[in-house]
Design a protein around this ligand. Structure first.
Ligand SMILES: Cc1ncc(COP(=O)(O)O)c(C=O)c1O
Length: 376
């Protein structure tokens, strides 16, 4: 006999928020015939720079590409040590490994899960050349303290803000603090272009360089086959830029919807003892809600929880594993457990719940109900 039971609808981990405006602007570009190096890119850059309060912005093919260009410009050389966070995405370290840099992981603050400035300072050696800081899970890092360390030791500093569009540090947006950084636009991000990224910089000279490097090292005169430096193809398309413009127009609404979803999770989880909610904002840090990552109490079998949620049609994620313990990191550098104990403990207990602007209160109740069952 056929099973006639009602199928449970699936609740995905993330979902982009798109409407007719994206369709309209992408269609305009399609009809214009200018699919790359066209006016939509310039417009997207202008609007983005304005939104985050950065003097200059250069659109690129991904957040990774943006971070790589910044490390390339910083002048990483073989064997240079670069300090970064173990609670990040692999691209955060890969961007300087591509250039010959060697990753040095400093531990994080157990509350913010961002780099602990004292740990960064302790990791500086005479081979250290730079620091890649991260605004993880949309929570701004201790930028002023980290920048002071960089200045004290003559190091360059890059802000990986791929997860933090809309976040504010000391009252102004991430991107406006006079440090070069990159944002990412993968479909789970606060703003998506499918794939894509944006580099923001306080320097006009760096901005010109970024535009040349993303476009095969071309000069910015009108000669197409005129390459003045070794460059990359890290161009974004006008189709993606059109998507980005439509997304920017409603960014504030999407961020506020994300904030509402986070607040509802906070209420629903308040009485669940085994679950620690993400850190709340304070006077200096305003999170831009990117993901909803909770910490499970020590000793809970997280894999079993994940499996039970999956059986209920709820997609949760082991977000994120510690970067230094990834197989290629262990193999290349011999990193092992014990290097960053605070990060390792956090990464072994974190769990990302379904999170996107249009997630309904009913679905959130289902998620939390299933989580309570899974923990019982
Ligand atoms: C912290 C962090 N850095 C870098 C990246 C890389 O961005 P992209 O996927 O656009 O290359 C991401 C995106 O997932 C990220 O979360």
């Amino acid at each position: 006999m056929r099973d006639t039971g009602t199928a449970v609808s699936k609740i995905p981990l993330s979902r982009p928020y798109l409407d007719e405006r994206e369709e309209e602007l992408v269609l305009d570009v399609l009809r214009s015939g200018r699919l790359s190096l066209g006016p939509a890119i310039d417009r997207f850059e202008e609007l983005f720079a304005e939104r985050v309060g950065a003097p200059y912005a250069a659109a690129v093919s991904s957040g990774t590409a943006g971070l790589h260009l910044l490390c390339h410009i910083a002048g990483v050389a073989d064997g240079d040590e670069v300090i970064t966070s173990p609670i990040a995405f692999v691209a955060t370290a890969n961007c300087f490994i591509f250039e010959g840099g060697r990753p040095v992981f400093a531990d994080v603050d157990p509350q913010t899960l961002n780099l602990e400035p004292a740990a960064v300072e302790a990791a500086v050696t005479e081979r250290t050349k730079g620091i890649v800081v991260v605004d993880m899970f949309g929570y701004p890092c201790e930028l002023d303290e980290l920048r002071a360390i960089a200045e004290r030791h003559g190091l360059w500093l890059i802000d990986d803000s791929c997860e933090a569009l809309g976040a504010e540090y000391k009252g102004s947006p991430v991107g406006s603090h006079g440090v070069s950084g990159a944002f990412g636009f993968y479909p789970n991000k606060q703003l998506t272009t499918g794939e894509g990224g944006m580099v923001t910089t306080p320097s006009e000279e760096e901005w010109e360089l970024l535009k040349s490097l993303r476009n095969q090292g071309r000069s910015y005169d009108s000669r197409w086959f005129h390459h003045v430096r070794l460059g990359f193809n890290y161009r974004i398309t006008d189709l993606q830029a059109a998507l980005g413009i439509a997304q920017l127009e409603k960014l504030d609404r999407m961020l506020s919807m994300r904030g509402d979803v986070a607040a509802r999770y906070g209420e629903l989880l308040a009485d669940v003892e085994e679950v620690e909610a993400p850190l709340a904002d304070d006077a200096e840090h305003r999170r831009s809600w990117f993901v909803y990552v909770v910490k499970l109490a020590s000793g809970i079998d997280r894999d079993a929880v994940l499996e039970r949620l999956g059986a209920q049609g709820i997609e949760a994620g082991l977000y994120v594993p510690a970067v230094h313990l990834q197989p290629y990191m262990r193999e290349r550098y011999g990193f092992a457990e014990g290097l960053c104990p605070i990060a390792e403990d956090a990464c072994s207990r974190t769990l990302a719940l379904p999170f996107f602007p249009q997630l309904t209160a009913e679905d959130q109740q289902r998620v939390v109900g299933a989580l309570k069952d899974a923990l019982a």
